[in-house]
Design a protein around this ligand. Structure first.
Ligand code: B12
Ligand code: SF4
Length: 501
């Protein structure tokens, strides 16, 4: 850095009081202070809810929030370089994997346009690697976990020229170049926060890119569970906070009147954590007269405990699809990964979904460290049983990848597994595609890939042209006969696989 920014040191005064700051980003009477936020490029067009959350929390009378989304703006570099002129700071949301390289690129561009600009990273990767992200000179501050209060605090301090070295919830590079991790900030109730201001983003553009009028909405943060492959317990400490249902239904109705969406995708980790909340929300949606469908996440144990009248009300209010993480078809493996569900609960929940005509997404993971062949086979059998129960039940199978911050990864690291060590290496880390970890043999990998292909084809709603192929696929699946997969090679040659991350 060419100049040490004022937030580094407590002894420096407010802007304009001889702190060496360039003066850009200060507020003159009648003008608002600009805060620029960036969402890195990604494959899907989910609305940038993290940026909506932190941007909406800033007082609109004082701050002008500009959200730039790399997925919407083909010239994001130029937009950022020009937007950061006169801005108070740049905030970037960062997921582990490919989004890191775009986040790095944009942060570096911003810094070269404005060397004095504070650049703040938040989101899942900085929450897991707060210190490591600060090795990058273009990043000045990282925010850990829930961001609303910490971001408001940071922005106000920057506006006042106050230092960040006692700002809870963030990690900062100090004036002497050392990195200081400030104490964590307690998880606040999401009810305290302002309603998300969708006016900060071009909602119609997201509808267009998604190809449907689907609103993304977040109704809670965190999760009470402890799955050993997931980073949520690490980031949110097994705590959960959710919006109160009556107010949420009113907010949704206001948004419906404004944007005329016909579907809501609740992006919560565990939407069904409090069944009374979901029940009340479903009732309010029905009473509001909104004509919508909705999709959300549910754990299999929650589905089993959900009374029939709540299933009924959810369906009536538009519930169309549930994502139920199964992870493994082996009860023994489920125990090992601390999923705290049983396979029989998955099937009971699936039965309820069939009964109420609700589609399902049941993701699985194979190739956990030292997973046995029998355990993998149990997963394939379970996926087959679910998938063949309905063409509306999808059973994607992913390979275990070491998600940072999870208990399984810490275990693997203790046993010698090496995680990427630099931000650039993390950026290369592909969670979804690519080779499985060292825990799946090449033969197993081949079998699983073939299984995935035939099993998907066997039970989909096939067009008449595909019926013959489908019959053949069913024969293969029913007999576990996956040798000489000519149909697979031919199809993949004609239709290359979609990129997922
Ligand atoms: C939508 C979503 C996506 C979208 C992202 C769209 C976008 N905006 O670019 C897409 C589909 C692209 C995606 C991709 C992936 N995702 Co995803 N995704 C989600 C999901 C469901 C919702 C995210 C969200 O908007 N949350 C709502 C906001 C309000 O919460 P938040 O993001 O946590 O933000 C808060 C704080 O983190 C913080 N914060 C966040 N950003 C910033 C920035 C600043 C400046 C500050 C100050 C604070 C701050 O403040 C916010 C408010 O409190 C989450 C689960 C969840 N419920 O969070 C998973 C989740 C984030 N994804 C995850 C994973 C694993 C993936 C994938 C690997 C694919 C997969 N298997 O799902 C890829 C990885 C990315 C890649 N390599 O491409 C993991 C986390 C992984 C990680 N370490 O980054 C999560 C937590 C799911 C899980 N439990 O496993 N994902
Ligand atoms: S996998 Fe789902 S239920 Fe398990 S800890 Fe993560 S968010 Fe919670």
């Amino acid at each position: 850095m060419t100049e040490l920014a004022p937030w580094h040191d407590r002894s420096k005064g407010r802007h304009g009081q001889g702190n060496g700051h360039s003066g850009e980003g200060q507020r003159s009477p009648g003008t608002r202070l600009k805060v620029v936020l960036y969402n890195p490029r990604a494959v899907f067009f989910t609305m940038p809810l993290a940026l909506l959350a932190i941007g909406s929390e800033l007082d609109p009378d004082v701050y002008e929030v500009v959200i730039v989304d790399g997925r919407l703006d083909a010239r994001a570099e130029e937009t950022i370089a020009s937007q950061v002129k006169g801005a108070l700071c740049l905030g970037v949301t960062v997921l582990t994997g490919a989004p890191i390289s775009d986040a790095l690129r944009i942060s570096r561009i911003a810094k070269s346009a404005r060397p004095d600009l504070p650049v703040i990273w938040g989101g899942w990767h900085p929450s897991l690697f707060a210190r490591e992200c600060l090795v990058e000179p273009a990043v000045d501050v990282t925010v850990r976990g829930q961001g609303e209060e910490t971001f408001v605090d940071i922005v106000q301090r920057l506006a006042d020229g106050r230092p960040l070295d006692d700002c809870a919830g963030c990690t900062v590079r100090l004036a002497d170049g050392s990195i200081q991790e400030n104490p964590a900030r307690a998880l606040a109730s999401v009810e305290k926060f302002r309603a998300h201001d969708y006016g900060l983003i071009p909602v119609e553009r997201y509808f267009e890119l998604k190809g449907k009028r689907q609103l993304d909405y977040i109704s809670s943060q965190g999760c009470n569970f402890r799955c050993a492959f997931c980073s949520d317990p690490f980031v949110y400490g097994r705590k959960w906070v959710g919006l109160e249902p009556t107010r949420m239904a009113l907010r949704l109705k206001e948004l419906w009147d404004r944007y005329h969406f016909n579907d809501v995708n609740f992006q919560d980790e565990t939407f069904f954590t409090k069944r009374e909340r979901v029940d009340a929300l479903a009732k309010r949606i029905v009473e509001s007269g909104m004509k919508i469908t909705w999709a959300a996440t549910m754990r299999a144990d929650q589905g089993v405990r959900l009374p029939d009248e709540v299933w009924e009300r959810c369906k009536q209010s538009g519930l169309r699809r549930l994502l139920v993480g199964v992870e493994s078809g082996s009860d023994e493996m489920l125990k090992r990964i601390a999923k705290d569900i049983k396979i029989e609960q998955v099937f009971s929940t699936a039965d309820q979904m069939l009964k109420y005509g609700i589609a399902g997404h049941f993701p699985f993971i194979v190739g956990f460290p030292a997973e046995s062949d029998a355990s993998i086979q149990a997963t394939l059998d379970c996926a087959k049983k679910l998938r063949s129960a309905s063409p509306d039940f999808l059973t994607p199978i992913y390979y275990f990848k070491p998600y940072p911050g999870s208990a399984l990864v810490m275990e693997a690291v203790e046993r010698g597994y090496r995680l990427p060590e630099t931000l650039d290496a993390w950026a290369q880390f592909d969670y979804v595609a690519g080779e499985p970890g060292p825990w799946v043999s090449p033969e197993k990998f081949q079998l699983i890939e073939r299984f995935k292909f035939f099993h998907e084809l066997a039970w989909e709603r096939a067009s008449p042209a595909k019926r013959l192929l489908q019959k053949l696929a069913r024969y293969r699946c029913n007999n576990d006969a996956y040798r000489w997969p000519l149909e697979m090679h031919l199809t993949r040659w004609l239709v290359p696989a979609q990129k997922l991350s």
